[in-house]
Write a protein that binds this ligand. Structure first.
Ligand SMILES: C[S@@+](CC[C@H](N)C(=O)[O-])C[C@H]1O[C@@H](n2cnc3c(N)ncnc32)[C@H](O)[C@@H]1O
Length: 308
């Protein structure tokens, strides 16, 4: 799935949008928003144009202008590819649906896939697969586990978690919402089975066969944790391990949607959700997961075990 970013269908509107992009790249988001407004007078049904306008307005500090643009976008974005509802909800102007915003996340990572590793590992100091690997290695030693017979990597992306754990897993399966991310993972030829799938739907009716389920930087797109754990835990065999990360926040709410359009979870609510789901926490660490817009993103890293 791709977003129709490139053309409005009107040559002059495209030219104005091109100038707006240049202004935004130079840091003048207010002027970029003015030009996008002019472009959209000529091409009022250009969904990607409204998305650009919303982004420029937000960056210039004009939140009400951004909200107005995202409301136009919402009316045009039938499939939810642009995440208008999420953007409105993140700015207190609407409610996000429950669970993953499937079309938005799919389109986001389909676009991101070719530069994902360079951007995340190179520029943003992405740590999650390495940190989960270290925690799992310690727990494996403590529990006397040498290998996992059956591992399922949820939201496997390009396969960074698989790279870390392949030599300790007999059968390695990965699933991801984004076909382009799955294609990158397939190029590595590291997984025994890969599938494009949404994780909650994929896990429905699955037999409890996994010894290890991983989800590195994935549940941050899925909203509330209890429904996710309710889908994941039945797929673990008794005594099986779950290793995952979440972005953390210090507030009272169990979960809230950040302006980044990723969910942040509360620590107490996360511990409660794990206990309610029948998971015993073996390791729980707070750490910097990566950088975002120049700031460290703090998160939780969890290794938990399903009751035997
Ligand atoms: C930040 S990337 C992390 C990829 C990989 N786990 C890693 O650590 O490199 C998040 C991935 O989760 C996938 N994803 C998000 N929500 C999902 C869902 N509900 N079902 C399946 N995949 C999902 C995205 O498509 C994306 O590839």
């Amino acid at each position: 799935m791709t977003k129709a970013f490139h053309s409005s269908g009107d040559v002059i509107a495209d030219r104005r949008a091109g100038y707006a992009k240049m202004l935004a790249e130079g840091g003048d988001h207010g002027a970029a928003a003015d030009l996008m407004n002019q472009a959209l007078e000529l091409a009022p049904d250009w969904a990607a144009g409204w998305d650009l306008l919303g982004g420029y307005a937000e960056k210039s500090g004009d939140v009400s202008g951004a909200i107005s643009a995202w409301r136009h976008l919402e009316a045009l974005d039938d499939e939810g590819v642009f995440g208008a509802a999420l953007k409105l909800a993140a700015h207190g102007a609407g409610k996000a649906g429950t669970g993953t915003a499937v079309s938005y996340v799919e389109a986001l990572f389909d676009q991101y896939a070719p530069q994902f590793e360079e951007a995340l590992l190179g520029k943003l100091g992405y740590q999650v697969p390495a940190l989960l690997d270290t925690m799992l290695t310690v727990e494996m030693a403590k529990l006397g586990i040498e290998r996992f017979a059956d591992m399922l990597d949820l939201g496997c992306g390009t396969g960074l978690m698989g790279v870390r754990l392949r030599d300790r897993v007999d059968f390695l399966e990965g699933i991801d919402l984004s076909a382009a991310m799955v294609a990158e993972a397939r190029r590595r030829a590291n997984y025994d089975r890969l599938e494009k799938a949404e994780l909650v739907a994929f896990l429905a009716d699955r037999a409890p066969t996994a010894d290890l389920i991983t989800a590195a930087d994935v549940f941050i797109y899925c909203g509330a944790l209890p429904p996710v754990l309710a889908a994941v835990v039945p797929a673990l065999r008794p005594g099986g391990l779950l290793a995952f990360s979440l972005e953390a926040h210090d507030g009272e709410e169990p979960v809230f949607l950040r302006a980044s359009l990723r969910y942040a979870h509360g620590v107490a609510a996360t511990c409660q959700a794990l206990a309610d789901a029948g998971l015993e926490v073996l390791r729980f660490e707070m750490a910097t997961l990566r950088q975002d817009r120049g700031a460290p993103i703090g998160g939780m890293l969890v290794v938990a075990r399903k009751s035997a």
